[in-house]
Design a protein around this ligand. Structure first.
Ligand code: PLP
Length: 391
């Protein structure tokens, strides 16, 4: 038979896509399924962004673009980063890519190989661990705990650094927990990293504009002492409800950008031109649609956290960001995978087992509240009835 590369056997996946497929299959059988599984806004992309893409196509933007992205978009990203974080980023450091995930793949493949160690949050976005293992590097989990609101502590991170550590992956606000790392902890971490100049940092800030109750997003970009080793991951998928457009970017240290660009040329060449023009409209156009989305998420967050805390055997901390809740379900007597499977099959609610985000996620479930209030109410009602039948 065919012999594929060994790394293929180490690639993981994102359970969200499997749950989505199973939910769609059940729906095709006529079942009513409420999808709190997949992590995408339930809003359409704002109209002015769509119009910019249509105009770009009509205007003839049909060809390849520079691999780094069109200069107009890289400049708009630089201006947006200044607006949000108060820092000046040279547009030459920006690499536009087809989705935030691509910056992740590039950064991890740039540093990962057998013998190298990469520290990543657990529970965390599952693709971190998957790609680390794919490269043959050792995946070093950074456990995140409910007691600290699922935010890392600097001490925990620094204790895991060895001479073999190449890359540290950070994610705040976080998927799957909604945890937000406080400024004081980031200050401590950055101070500690001064003793480990061999460690690069990839900061995944894709939920950086989804914050509630005055929670503060502290971008790693605001620490000039990290400038020569920080890779910032950001993008348009969440903030502008553009998951299907595949548009994201990385900000790279000047010395690493040519390597990242080479990875781009060797893989996707460039992002489709119309999506890039749409990205400019997103950054330069009215901010109200993005703000209204966050306001809607804030209301839904309150609704779902309150409902979860009324369920027997379930408790849920209030997350500061993103659009996920990560309730503790140990009191139900079921493990994460069992509860995920039974909620889908017996109650018609798609959720994701905490263990899909790493071993440290056992005892938890991830629910996305990027769904209407009616859908959330109905799902919580079904969840309650399911528990009443089964506990
Ligand atoms: N980073 C985190 C933490 C995410 O949750 C996601 C999407 O779910 C991504 C990156 C990838 O975003 P994109 O769809 O832009 O590739």
């Amino acid at each position: 038979g065919l012999k594929v590369a060994a790394g293929m056997g180490r690639l993981g996946t994102e359970t969200a896509f499997e749950v989505l497929a199973r939910a769609k299959a059940l729906e095709a059988q006529g079942r009513s399924i409420i999808n709190l599984g997949i992590g995408q806004p339930d809003f359409s992309t704002p109209g002015h962004i769509v119009e910019a893409a249509v105009k770009a196509l009509a205007d003839g933007h049909h060809g390849y673009t520079p691999a780094q992205g069109i200069p107009e978009l890289r400049r708009a990203i630089s201006i947006d980063l200044h607006r949000r974080h108060g820092v000046t980023v040279d547009p030459v450091q920006v690499l536009v890519v087809p989705g935030g995930k691509v910056t992740m793949f590039f950064a991890i493949s740039m540093f990962g190989e057998p013998g190298a160690e990469i520290i990543y949050p657990n529970p965390g976005f599952p693709i971190y661990e998957s790609v680390i293992r794919y490269t043959g590097a050792t995946a070093v989990p950074l456990p995140l705990r409910e007691a600290t609101g699922f935010a890392l502590t600097a001490e925990d991170v620094l204790a895991r650094i060895t001479p073999r550590t190449r890359l540290l992956i950070l994610n705040s606000p976080a998927n799957p927990t909604g945890g937000v790392v406080p400024r004081a902890e980031i200050d401590k971490l950055v101070a500690g990293l001064a003793h480990h100049p061999h460690v690069a940092v990839m900061s995944d800030e894709i939920y950086g504009e989804m914050l509630y109750d005055g929670a503060e997003h502290v971008s790693l970009l605001t620490y000039p002492e990290l400038a020569d080793r920080l890779i910032l991951l950001d993008g348009f998928s969440k903030t502008y409800a553009m998951t299907g457009w595949r548009l994201g970017y990385g900000v790279w240290p000047k010395a690493l950008l040519p390597l990242a660009e080479r990875l781009a040329v060797n893989s996707h060449s460039c992002v489709n031109a119309a999506a890039q023009w749409a990205g400019i409209a997103a950054l330069e156009g009215p901010r109200a649609p993005a703000r209204q989305m966050v306001d809607a998420f804030a209301e839904r967050r309150g609704r779902i956290v309150a409902a979860l805390n009324r369920l027997p055997g379930v408790s849920c901390v209030t997350p500061g960001g993103a659009f996920y809740v990560f309730p503790n379900i140990t009191g139900t007597g079921m493990d994460s995978r069992t509860l995920q499977a039974r909620l889908l099959d017996e109650a018609g609610i798609a959720t994701i087992a905490g263990t899909s985000f790493g071993a440290e996620g056992e005892g938890y479930l991830r629910l996305s509240y990027a769904a209407s209030l009616e859908a959330i109410d109905e799902a919580m009602g079904r969840f309650g009835e399911f528990l009443a039948r089964n506990t």
